[in-house]
Structures are given as structure tokens and as C-alpha cells.
Design a protein around this ligand. Structure first.
Ligand code: AMP
Length: 395
């Protein structure tokens, strides 16, 4: 079932409440990373061109439900106006007199940014009265903040969920996330390979479970791999391990067998005698000696994983293959990123650390899609319905 986007409705002359993700780093009143602002621009420009009256809203940081100048969205209004080539009005509040007055005075093509939604605790509580106030004078709700789409907050779902705004559609950012990630999960070009890494199995149980229903090959690297290696009876030394998840790891390995999914784990590891970049280090195959911990995958594993990527037609990647923050243990993560940059397959990066790694290495424009939401993309890969998507109108 697909959801309507801004292109499926008429917005001319309509007042549109647009939930964007302007949760950007700000230092001394200056925006230090504009990626998310740039991400929101296509939808805003489209709405301007169509003559909509645009009311933008977002959260920034964690102001805990009260006004805090440190988290004001004011500097973002100035920055955004540079991208749009026109003034962006700024309301000093969210549902107060400033917002009301400015909203009422909007003409077609005007852009207004409301103050930080999280200055009201009712935003995260999805409070019905707050949703009603936020919807006052609004004809159309547009959600373009994928990063918060897994949250049922007032601005991410409530205004539409409660029926205060009947017309609810996605912006281009969310539309792209749904089309590409949804397309890969529903009708992937095969072989379909998923690569999961990072710290904890417990964070990704749902994702592994769901992907085992869909993929041809599941690759596990990073610290997560050691819980699985332990489940296979290997000695993992002092590597990170979730002892209470070893039984579950056995079940997941069994499920892979039943589903005929290839389950690839590290054959060799780069190990260290302490959790430090300059610890003593070596590569071992198979068992890891006591007192040593695996901090990265070894060269044989890099070959195994990158060969699987080279033969794939669709690849989804979430989570680093090792402690990539340490230069000496970043090799596995870099090699996977490089392999993804070289393939013609559909390549999807599921937010968070892997997105940062791909971007830092300069491969961002080589990927089919880099998700703009870490938590949201994980929940999407788990097959869960995101509240910020569920509340939108069906096509
Ligand atoms: P996550 O947030 O679950 O994606 O985990 C990312 C974190 O996992 C990064 O900070 C990595 O340093 C860490 N990590 C990856 N591999 C290992 C490992 N072998 N040992 C310890 N930490 C790891």
C-alpha cells in the first residue's frame, strides 16, 4: 500500500503544516552542519512553486518541554532563507500569539518557521489539545521528517492521527525512503544481501528476524558477530558478547538454515589485548585467545564479505564491521564501504554510523540511497509500521 505525497494533491493557496527535520548542530548561534536543511529544501521549494502557504515545524535537541534559548530554531530560519532565496518568517512560539498572527497573514508562496516544538512537553506526549492547537488554520499536513517517523508525537503523527488535519501526505524525503527501502524489502533484485554490524545483537534482533524472511545472504560483523561465534562454540576471548543472547543467536542461525539463507560470520578477526587504537594487535583465524578481543574483521573475512557484495543485486547495510573510530580497526568498515561504492547493485545505507562512514570516505554519491533516519530505518527494516507513515493518506 503506498502513501500519497505532495505531488498527489493540490496545495495551491492551502496552508500546509510541514514537519521537517531541522535537528541540526548549532554552535554559538551558527548552524555547523547543513545536511538536514538541504534535505528539506526540495519539498519546500516545490510547495513555494505551487503557491502553498508553508508552515514549517521541527524539534531541535532535547529542551525537555520548556523554552531554552540554546535550542531556538531562529538561526535556522536565516540559514534556510539563503537556500530558498527568499525571507523565512520566524514565529517566536509554536501555538502562541506570534505563530497565530504570522500564520493568519501568510500569502501563497510564503514560508514561516515555528519555534522548537519540544519547548512544549505536549509534543512528545502527543497531547490531543496540543495537536488541535498546532492544526489551527491548517489545511494539509506534510510529513518530511523520516528521522522522527518512528515516533508518535504531535507533529510527527498526532495532528493527522486524531483527524484534525484530514489531508496528510509525505514530502519528497519520506517518499524516497519508502520507495527505495520499501521496494528493496518487497521486491528486491536478487541476490539480496544484508550486512549488519555495530555493538549489540539485542538492538537488531527484530531486524535480523525480518531480514531472514527476505534476504539470500545475511552478513554479521562488528561486535554483534561474537555473540553468534560463541553460539557456534568458538572461543571469543574478551570480545564483546551478550551472554543472555547466545541462545537466541542459536535460534537465529537455525532459522537461517530453515529459510536457506546464507549466514556469513567472520572467519578471521583483528584482535587486540586492550580496547585501544595502540593496543598490541594481530590477526587470528577461528578461536580468539583469552585476554584478547576482536575489534575488527580480518582480511579473509573482508574478502568473504566484499565478494558477497560484488555478486549482489541489492545490498542493505547497517552498522560498522569493527571499532571504526580507531584508525587501526577501521579497515573492515572501510572495505565494505568501498565494495558498496563499486557495485552496480541497489545500495541502501541504513543511517547512523554506516551512513557517517560512507560520507566521510567520500562514497555518498555512489550509493543508491542513504537513509536520513537511524532509528526509523531500523524499525522500517524490522517490518514495523512507522506512526509518521501510518498516519498519511493512502493512494
Ligand atoms: P551501533 O550503534 O549498534 O551501530 O554500534 C556502533 C558501535 O559499535 C561503534 O561505536 C563501534 O565502535 C562499535 N563496535 C563495532 N565493532 C565492535 C567490536 N568488535 N568491539 C567493540 N565495539 C564495536
Amino acid at each position: 500500500m503506498s502513501k500519497k505525497s505532495v505531488k498527489d494533491i493540490s496545495v495551491a493557496g492551502k496552508t500546509c503544516l510541514v514537519r521537517v527535520d531541522f535537528n541540526v548542530p548549532v554552535k554559538d548561534g551558527v548552524v555547523t552542519d547543513v545536511t538536514r536543511i538541504e534535505g528539506a529544501v526540495p519539498t519546500i521549494k516545490y510547495l513555494i512553486k505551487e503557491g502553498a502557504k508553508i508552515v514549517l515545524c521541527s524539534h531541535l535537541g532535547r529542551p525537555k518541554g520548556e523554552f531554552n534559548l540554546k535550542y531556538t530554531l531562529k538561526p535556522i530560519a536565516a540559514k534556510l532563507s539563503e537556500y530558498l532565496g527568499k525571507p523565512v518568517l520566524f514565529a517566536e512560539d509554536v501555538i502562541g500569539p506570534s505563530a497565530k498572527q504570522l500564520k493568519a497573514g501568510l500569502k501563497g508562496g510564503d514560508v514561516l518557521l515555528l519555534e522548537n516544538l519540544r519547548f512544549h512537553k505536549e509534543e512528545e506526549e502527543n497531547d490531543k489539545e496540543f495537536c488541535k492547537a498546532l492544526s489551527e488554520g491548517i489545511d494539509v499536513y506534510v510529513n518530511d521528517a523520516f528521522g522522527t517517523a518512528h515516533r508518535a508525537h504531535a507533529s510527527t503523527a498526532g495532528v493527522a492521527q486524531y483527524g484534525f488535519v484530514k489531508t496528510a501526505v509525505s514530502g519528497f524525503l519520506i517518499q524516497k525512503e519508502l520507495e527505495i527501502m520499501g521496494g528493496a524489502l518487497d521486491a528486491p533484485k536478487r541476490p539480496f544481501v544484508a550486512i549488519l554490524g555495530g555493538a549489540k545483537v539485542s538492538d537488531k534482533i527484530g531486524v535480523i528476524n525480518n531480514l531472514l524472511e527476505k534476504v539470500d545472504t545475511l552478513i554479521i560483523g562488528g561486535a554483534m558477530a561474537y555473540t553468534f561465534l560463541k553460539a557456534l562454540g568458538k572461543n571469543i576471548g574478551a570480545s564483546l558478547c551478550e551472554s543472555d543472547k547466545v541462545e537466541l543467536a542459536k535460534e537465529l542461525l537455525q532459522k537461517a538454515k530453515v529459510k536457506k539463507v546464507k549466514f556469513l560470520l567472520p572467519l578471521d578477526n583483528k584482535i587486540a589485548d586492550a580496547f585501544a587504537n595502540d593496543a598490541n594487535q594481530k590477526v587470528v583465524e577461528g578461536d580468539i585467545p583469552d585476554g584478547w578481543q576482536g575489534l575488527d574483521i580480518g582480511p579473509k573475512t573482508i574478502k568473504l564479505f566484499t565478494d558477497a557484495v560484488a555478486n549482489a543485486k541489492t545490498v542493505i547495510w547497517n552498522g560498522p564491521m569493527g571499532v571504526f573510530e580507531f584508525e587501526n580497526f577501521a579497515g573492515g568498515t572501510k572495505a565494505v564501504a568501498e565494495a558498496l561504492s563499486k557495485t552496480d547493485a541497489v545500495t541502501i545505507i541504513g543511517g547512523g554510523d554506516s551512513a557517517a562512514a560512507v560520507t566521510q570516505l567520500g562514497y555518498a554519491d555512489k550509493m543508491t540511497h542513504i537513509s536520513t533516519g537511524g532509528g526509523a530505518s531500523l524499525e522500517f527494516l524490522e517490518g514495523l509500521e512507522l506512526p509518521g507513515v501510518a498516519c498519511l493518506n493512502e493512494k
